[in-house]
Design a protein around this ligand. Structure first.
Ligand code: SF4
Length: 529
């Protein structure tokens, strides 16, 4: 479905802001690839681009790939921007640049929907999801694209059903330059973890696309040249278990039909480990990674944050179960919780060792607007609003310096090269081997794909194996992989591992901040753009 056509044709420039460097955007891995420059195509802005009237002209710029130029602004009649809190400064900067050309600028997306006050300079604020506010914005721009005298706030009351969503305009993005492809099946989550803004923003009853829409989107991604990994950015892939079960046979069928050209990944709650019927189908559909917000191994802490569902199976057992279906677990971890004690850091390090999870995003607690945590801390007078020097807006119960030091130590120990590669070794031997054996597709056998792999291997061998400062550890790992003919495991683990090691060093050296809650990938999600 698209917005109704208008007599007037408009030229809309959609600009996606640069990310602040974060653990989960993998930028240290890009130089090892064959030309990746950005993390994931932004679902929301590409969705709005596809929703605009068919006769409107749309240009899409992701500033992670290149900045919008004078020529872009001169071409446009209006500018659309979207993003999440962590991109706030960059969004305001795009607005400032567009205003220099006297262009009207509209902002939508998760950040403005939660905090309209963050964006006083924009001409139009689009609050909420795709819906009546979007139609109103289009109608106003069709009538008059110039800047209104005062800021106009348009709030969606009547949302477009996700079953009516058009396929995001992937053709406007240079999809081959992204680390991952992205896709969205559902929005919302039935749980109410204290720190999370998803239920407040998108509801507890997940809204869904149809499996047919997802298949059409996968086809389009493939047409546009995506062949590697595709990430389901759903808040919780099993938020509606029946819907997940409905979708999976279609994914399996699609993978069989297309020769398993894509590896799939998603976010899901850890209680997925209790659902073998889902896990088995995910294995068949070639899901290879699941991001689980484990948050903490401490049961008291899980209870306090209302994440009891993480305790439906013992955490380590849950991780092993997921691994046994060929899926690597990526885990979110939060430090600075009220339940943390001086020994929490050590417990976390033990958990990292025992779980054998290679990639854990270890962040300091950050209170997001529109969350129960925010409300509680506000009442307790523990929100810090105006201290840019801090890595968190929460006044922790433990001394701030102690929490940050503990976080730094955890990063340093968890991503010590020998320890990290030992965890990858375990994954290669015990998790990746559980994956289905997929046939080699013509795409994989193509010269273009072989060339890609050779470029990546060359980059890895040269930049890590020759120039790197952990080359001994790397070669020990690499030679074992080579002896087993596991080129894929070698490339994937080395690339991600390199990012983790380099980022963790910067973090423990104090050059990266500690509250990159952005890893949850919400930025790529549907709403409001
Ligand atoms: S943290 Fe995950 S499980 Fe909890 S409410 Fe948010 S999306 Fe749902």
């Amino acid at each position: 479905m698209r917005a109704e056509g208008t007599e007037t044709v408009r030229r809309i420039l959609c600009v996606f802001p640069r990310y602040t460097s974060s653990f989960g955007t993998f930028e240290y891995a890009y130089p090892l690839t064959d030309g990746v420059q950005a993390f994931m195509p932004p679902q929301g802005l590409l969705l709005i681009a596809a929703y605009l009237p068919a006769n409107w002209q749309v240009r899409f710029i992701d500033e992670n790939l290149r900045p919008a130029t004078m020529e872009d602004f001169e071409w446009a009649e209006a500018v659309f921007v979207s993003g999440m809190h962590i991109q706030r400064q960059q969004m305001n900067d795009i607005c400032r640049r567009a205003h220099a050309f006297d262009l009207c600028v509209a902002i939508g997306g998760p950040s403005v929907s939660a905090c309209p006050d963050y964006y006083p300079s924009f001409d139009y604020l689009h609050v909420g999801e795709l819906g009546d506010a979007t139609n109103e914005l289009i109608a106003r721009l069709a009538r008059d694209p110039s800047r209104p005298e005062e800021q106009v706030v348009l709030t969606t009351k009547d949302r477009v059903s996700m079953t009516e969503f058009p396929i995001p305009a992937y053709e406007l993005a240079e999809v081959k330059k992204y680390f991952l492809g992205s896709i969205q099946y559902s929005s919302g989550c039935p749980y109410q973890c204290e720190f999370c803004d998803i239920p407040g923003l998108y509801g507890r009853n997940p809204r869904l696309k149809t499996p047919q829409q997802i298949i059409a989107e996968l086809d389009k991604l493939r047409e546009c040249g995506v062949t590697g990994s595709v990430y389901f950015v759903d808040d919780n892939f099993i938020g509606n278990r029946k819907a997940a079960l409905d979708l999976l046979p279609h994914l399996i069928e699609w993978q069989k039909r297309t020769g398993y050209v894509m590896r799939l990944a998603c976010e899901a709650t850890l209680n997925i480990a209790k659902r073998p019927e889902i896990l088995e189908k995910m294995r068949e559909a070639f899901f290879i990674t699941v991001f689980c917000g484990i948050e903490t191994p401490d049961p008291d802490a899980l209870k306090a944050m209302h994440k009891d569902h993480n305790m439906m199976v013992p955490i380590l057992e849950g991780v092993r179960t997921i691994n046994s279906y060929g899926m690597e677990v990526v885990s979110g971890i939060i430090m600075g919780l009220d339940t943390d004690k001086p020994e929490t850091g050590d417990a976390l390090i033990r958990f990292v060792e025992e779980s054998r999870i290679p990639l854990l995003t270890i962040n300091l607690l950050q209170a997001l607007p529109k969350t129960p945590l925010w409300d509680r801390l506000e009442k307790e007078g523990r929100l810090i609003h105006d201290d840019d020097g801090r890595d968190s807006n929460v006044n922790f119960l433990l001394p701030y310096d102690q929490v940050v030091d503990s976080w730094r130590k955890c990063m340093e120990v968890a991503y010590e090269p020998a320890k990290l590669f030992a965890r990858y070794e375990h994954q290669c031997d015990y998790t990746y081997t559980q994956r289905i054996k997929v046939p080699i597709s013509p795409e994989q056998k193509s010269w273009a794909n072989i060339k890609r792999a050779l470029i990546m291997l060359r980059n890895i061998f040269w930049k890590v194996g020759v120039l790197g400062d952990y080359k001994k550890v790397f070669w020990k790992f690499a030679l074992r992989r080579l002896r087993r003919g596991d080129i894929e495991g070698l490339i994937a683990s080395s690339m991600i591992g390199h990012h983790l090691i380099m980022f963790a060093r910067a973090a423990s050296g104090g050059q990266q901040n500690a509250s990159n809650y952005s890893i949850r990938l919400r930025e790529a999600s549907v709403p409001a753009e």
